[in-house]
Design a protein around this ligand. Structure first.
Ligand code: AMP
Ligand code: GLY
Length: 426
């Protein structure tokens, strides 16, 4: 089977690699892909917003299955358009992708489904925000409604900071229309886990849990980013697993079915584990980036078949490699996340691939014969091992192979997982 991957970042490079390693897949295509992916797949430099052209490229190349990586294409209806054109598509409908594209839609959904989530108010002005803040305590959480490239969430330590955030959203309009409405939310203290499930909108199959590291600097300090590194699997005890199933996943899919939302893909449930139990921070209608990079290599099976099943409306049962863990360390550009600086020349042997340590390219481009920084998150150093400790060590050995001016990297990815029982099955 020939498969087309939509997207261009590290997550999509991980998808291309996983599909290349699938016996069911004879050829991988990618659109628009990147210079690095062009070495492993047939690259189509085209705009995914031209849905008709994407369908034509798929048909002309005998592609049977399309796997959509990022959030924007599903939010804008690419999956619907390709399904109408008769293709098998791994990716939710535009209607279902609202679970990610609108935080207000997602909160209303959670409320009507009875899914645990932080108490919230919908607000649409600085005055409304400050008035609603009276019934919350610091720190205050303010979230722009729409897609804001992972930057739409403010955690404010006092009312003054909250006022500044509300001004940025409603008056300076830094997110444009994505900030027409926002959520003021109760802060949930706890630890975060990334819970991803394959689903047909009715039943689901969990993937191994992952731990992301969202802050820029060691010790969870600095600004929020798209994610600076991940480790999987993240083991939790059976009692918590059961609560997540019963309190979060079951009511989510019951409600999805009631609302007739067509979902064929992966649902990413961002969970905060609080003292009271699991609480949903957000839904994403796609694989996490960099969660995909650590979850995909752990399957004991064939991703091509798994994605095809889901695209056809069936939820496969999955098996995972025993005694295996994966880690991803992000190497980011100078100035990331606020203003990543492009163009720096990357030194090092990026092609080095031992099978259990390698690079995925998130934001690079060829400049003549050498690689240059071309995005915020530049390279993903991946390590695979028998446990989290070994995987993390290999990821850092790989990371040491690439450098450039201003390279940013956390040095404590996976430290909490390695130090706690979260690295061993319960
Ligand atoms: P979101 O995009 O909604 O997942 O928010 C981005 C990040 O902000 C999350 O991964 C959390 O680290 C943090 N966050 C969001 N909402 C809350 C909350 N209610 N309480 C504590 N932290 C939060
Ligand atoms: N790593 C977080 C995300 O993909 O949203």
């Amino acid at each position: 089977m020939k498969v087309l991957v939509i997207g261009q970042g590290g997550r999509e490079h991980a998808l291309v690699r996983a599909l290349r390693l699938s016996a069911s897949v004879s050829q991988v295509h990618v659109l628009p892909g990147s210079d690095a992916m062009a070495r492993e797949a047939v690259r189509h430099v085209a705009d995914w917003r031209d849905f008709k052209n994407v369908a034509k490229i798929a048909e002309d190349n005998g592609v049977e299955l399309v796997v959509i990586g990022p959030d924007d294409p599903v939010a804008e209806g690419l999956a619907d358009a390709l399904r109408e054109a008769g293709l098998l598509v791994f990716g939710p409908s535009r209607a279902a992708a609202q679970l990610e594209a609108s935080k207000v839609f997602a909160k209303r959904f959670m409320t009507s489904a009875g899914v645990p989530t932080a108490r919230f108010h919908e607000v649409d002005s600085v005055d409304a925000t400050l008035a609603a803040a009276g019934s919350y305590r610091a720190p205050y959480v303010l979230k722009a409604d729409g897609l804001a490239a992972g930057k739409g969430v403010f955690i404010c330590k006092d009312l003054k900071e909250l006022e500044g955030a509300a001004r940025a959203v409603f008056e300076e309009r830094i997110f444009g229309e994505a900030g027409d409405i926002a959520l003021l939310e109760e802060f949930s203290p706890g630890y975060e886990i990334s819970c991803l499930v394959l689903t047909n909108g009715e039943s689901w199959e969990p993937l191994v849990l992952a731990a992301d590291h969202k802050r820029l600097r060691d010790g969870d300090d600095g600004p929020n980013t798209g994610g600076m590194g991940t480790v999987a699997p993240y083991w939790i005890d059976l009692a918590l697993q059961k609560r997540i199933d019963a309190e979060v996943l079951l009511p989510t899919f019951r409600r999805m079915k009631e609302m007739n939302l067509l979902y064929r893909g992966v649902l990413y449930v961002g969970l905060m584990i609080t003292e009271q139990g699991p609480s949903v921070l957000e839904f994403n209608a796609r694989f996490g980036d960099p969660e995909a990079q650590v979850v995909l290599p752990l399957l004991d099976g064939d991703w091509g078949l798994a994605f095809r099943d889901v695209a056809a409306g069936r939820v496969p049962r999955l098996a995972w490699k025993p005694s295996s863990a994966a880690a991803c360390v992000i190497l980011a550009a100078e100035g990331y996340p606020e203003a990543p600086k492009k163009g720096a020349r990357i030194e090092g042997d990026l092609a080095r691939d031992s099978g259990d340590s390698y690079f995925l390219h998130a934001g690079t481009a060829l400049d003549g014969d050498s690689w240059a920084v071309n995005g915020g998150r530049v390279l993903n150093a991946i390590g695979l091992g028998r446990d989290a400790r070994e995987a993390v060590a290999r990821a850092y050995e790989q990371a040491a192979l690439a450098n450039w001016t201003g390279r940013q990297m956390r040095t404590d990815i996976g430290a909490r997982v390695v130090a706690s029982s979260a690295e061993a099955p319960p």
